[in-house]
Design a protein around this ligand. Structure first.
Ligand SMILES: *[C@@H]1O[C@H](CO)[C@@H](O)[C@H](O)[C@H]1NC(C)=O
Ligand SMILES: *[C@@H]1O[C@H](CO)[C@@H](O)[C@H](O)[C@H]1NC(C)=O
Ligand SMILES: *[C@@H]1O[C@H](CO)[C@@H](O)[C@H](O)[C@H]1NC(C)=O
Length: 622
């Protein structure tokens, strides 16, 4: 529209000049003064379309000036959408989407269309309202009475000292919400003066909103978006080429960035695009997102807050974010939620805490030692905030960290160098294609290596236990078998006549008792009875002789030796045992044991010389 207006104006003036020439041809002398007056008018008309404001050439709403060459920008009065307030601002000149890149009186709008932008008597750029009151002025430190304002092709509005050309003030040093190419976001470490952009309150209100964006020049430098002064987004460290916390920054649309410092102690970040066929800028919108616009259009380029994970510290300290996961937050390996309930409800701000304290901490606090701490490697990460930089080379970076207990993580990027962290790890996320490897210090037991060892140990222990158990069982079985075999041998000897068994049981003598009946070995009995010497013979029973003997402990015994030819079978033998056991119960005669060895079968009794044992022993029934 404006362009066609200009054309019409040009056309009109050309026709006008042509007419004048014709007129002059006719009345050369008389019309001279008229011509001069007209020329002045034309000049004024044209001058208003130049790029300069002076005390004598102010701009009055709705007038404007246009930058010189590409006519890319214009400076004039505008109203935001859904607002009747008037502001002075810089807008793109030639694009269809109205795009405001700078606002002068953002905190103090004009209520009507009577505003004027001019140079005051003391040489300061000012906005006057209808009542000629100053409602805005450029913050000039050293004003000069002879000055003018110029809109440069870059979109920078500068206040110049006319004779020397010194810049007294510039809009690029006092930006609104937009960074234009070649503009610098800066921070001066000496004076503390920062050049930051600040968001509008809302799309219809350019006054300063909650968000600001600027650089933190500490090494390594980062770009931040702050919400009411607290970090809201972070670019990650600058590595002399890209910000390593911005995924895919290698892509074309983000090339052309430069970080540098000026001799006055200010560090800055700036950008410029090789391809100037489109107009590109970065604007901090009223919701806090830094958005790249092409020809005034957003949503086609890059934006800082792309996913929830881009919000600073979304997952709290020692928590990490991955937009592909559900939930997006998780604790680092070896860490657990600080507040499980909150965490499970999706409030991750209190973050995570270490599960197993570090070995170096335990040692420092006098605790038990242990295996040395190690590092867990996390691939393709946005590195945490608060990185400390050191000149260590790649191979020394981890070593240096391990040696200092206060170092809890490190990362190495060839552009940045060695980074380490000491307090907390905050604002990390998992990238898919870019990012750097982050190494987190954890106790030995949390390491994969330790886990493997643990696994191996566990498996070994379990296997060992099982094998041991099986062996023990087999051994027990073998011993039991042996015992059983021995017993069976005895029993076979004892019970080789099947009929004996029921009697045996019905006689209320349980097997345990029988088993408890001690077995004497033959040698012992032989030596007790002096090899069954005749002098020891007490008498001869039905089934064999009875000998007196004395055991090594002095106990006197009577041994009934069943003769091989006695005819007393095992049944009789067992019956006797049973009967004597019964008698023993009545305390008449005590049986000490028996001896079954090979062909020999013997019963050993307590020797009771004064009792009528003889009859018992030598009874005809036996
Ligand atoms: C004006 O500039 C001075 C120094 O540059 C600064 O201290 C002051 O805060 C500025 N005032 C405003 C209103 O921006
Ligand atoms: C999350 O937890 C923090 C601290 O525990 C609390 O201050 C905050 O209000 C919680 N946020 C929400 C959304 O519940
Ligand atoms: C360990 O690191 C901290 C923090 O970086 C530093 O202040 C301290 O001097 C270091 N200690 C040693 C022994 O290097």
């Amino acid at each position: 529209m404006k362009r066609s207006n200009d054309l019409i104006m040009l056309l009109v003036s050309k026709i006008f000049i042509h007419t004048i020439e014709q007129v002059m041809g006719r009345v050369r002398n008389t019309g001279m003064s008229v011509f001069l007056v007209l020329l002045c008018c034309i000049c004024l008309e044209f001058c208003s379309a130049t790029n300069t404001i002076t005390a004598s050439q102010p701009i009055k709403d709705p007038g404007y000036i246009i930058s010189n060459n590409g006519s890319a920008f214009k400076l004039g009065f505008f109203s935001p959408e859904n607002s009747s307030n008037r502001y002075v601002g810089i807008l793109y000149n030639n694009i269809s989407v109205r795009t405001v890149v700078w606002v002068a009186n953002r905190q103090k709008p004009l209520r009507d269309s009577n505003g004027v932008l001019t140079i005051s008597e003391d040489g300061v750029l000012v906005i006057l309202n209808g009542e000629k009151e100053v409602i805005w002025s450029a913050n000039v430190t050293n004003s000069a009475p002879n000055s003018s304002a110029q809109l440069l092709d870059s979109g920078n509005l500068v206040l110049l000292e006319n004779t020397t050309g010194t810049i007294l003030w510039e809009s690029f040093q006092n930006p609104s919400d937009t960074i234009l190419p070649t503009m610098k976001l800066s921070a001066n470490v000496r004076t503390g003066k920062n050049v930051q952009i600040t968001s509008w309150k809302s799309p219809s209100d350019p006054s300063i909103g909650s968000f600001s964006c600027g650089i933190q020049p500490l090494s390594p430098p980062q770009v931040f978006i702050w919400k009411n002064g607290s970090p809201y987004w972070r670019s990650g460290p600058w590595n002399n080429r890209i910000f390593i916390g911005i995924p895919d920054m290698n892509s074309v649309y983000l090339d052309g960035f430069k970080y540098g410092d000026d001799p006055d102690g200010s560090y800055y970040i700036t950008f410029d695009f090789v391809d100037k066929s489109y107009l590109s800028n970065f604007a901090l919108d009223s919701k806090g997102n830094l958005v790249q616009k092409y020809n005034g259009v957003e949503n086609i380029g890059w934006s800082a807050l792309h996913t929830e994970c881009d919000v600073y510290g979304k997952c709290g300290a020692f928590g990490t974010c991955n937009p592909k996961n559900s939930p997006i937050c998780s604790c680092f390996k070896g860490f657990e939620p600080n507040n499980t309930e909150e965490w499970n409800q999706g409030n991750w701000t209190s973050g995570c805490v270490r599960r197993t304290s570090l070995q170096c901490e335990r040692v420092n606090t006098g605790g038990e030692e242990g295996k040395r701490d190690g590092f867990l490697k996390l691939n393709m990460m946005k590195v945490p905030d608060f990185a400390a930089w050191s000149s260590a080379l790649e191979n020394k970076c981890g070593e240096q960290c391990l040696e200092n207990c206060s170092c809890i993580a490190y990362a190495f990027d060839t552009g940045v160098g060695c980074m380490s962290w000491t307090k907390k790890l905050i604002d990390t996320q998992q990238f898919n294609t870019s990012g750097v490897d982050l190494y987190i210090r954890v106790a030995y037991s949390e390491l994969d290596k330790a886990r493997d060892v643990k696994k191996i140990v566990t498996i070994t222990v379990i296997t060992g236990t099982i094998i041991l158990f099986i062996c023990t069982y087999l051994l027990w079985r073998w011993v039991a078998n042996q015992k059983a075999r021995k017993k069976k041998a005895t029993e076979i000897l004892m019970f080789n006549r099947e009929e004996a068994q029921p009697k045996f049981h019905s006689d209320n003598l349980d097997q345990v008792k029988l088993q408890e009946l001690p077995l004497f070995n033959f040698e012992k009995l032989a030596s007790a009875t002096k090899n069954f010497h005749l002098s020891n013979k007490l008498g001869q029973g039905g089934f064999g002789p009875v000998y007196w003997g004395q055991l090594s402990d002095g106990q006197e015994i009577a041994v009934k030796r069943l003769s091989k030819a006695s005819g007393q079978g095992l049944q009789e033998f067992m019956n006797e045992v049973v009967v004597i056991s019964k008698l023993q119960h009545r305390n008449l005669v005590r049986i000490f044991g028996c001896c079954v060895e090979g062909e020999e079968k013997m019963l050993i009794y307590e020797y009771m010389p004064n009792k009528s044992l003889d009859a018992f022993l030598f009874g005809k029934n036996y």
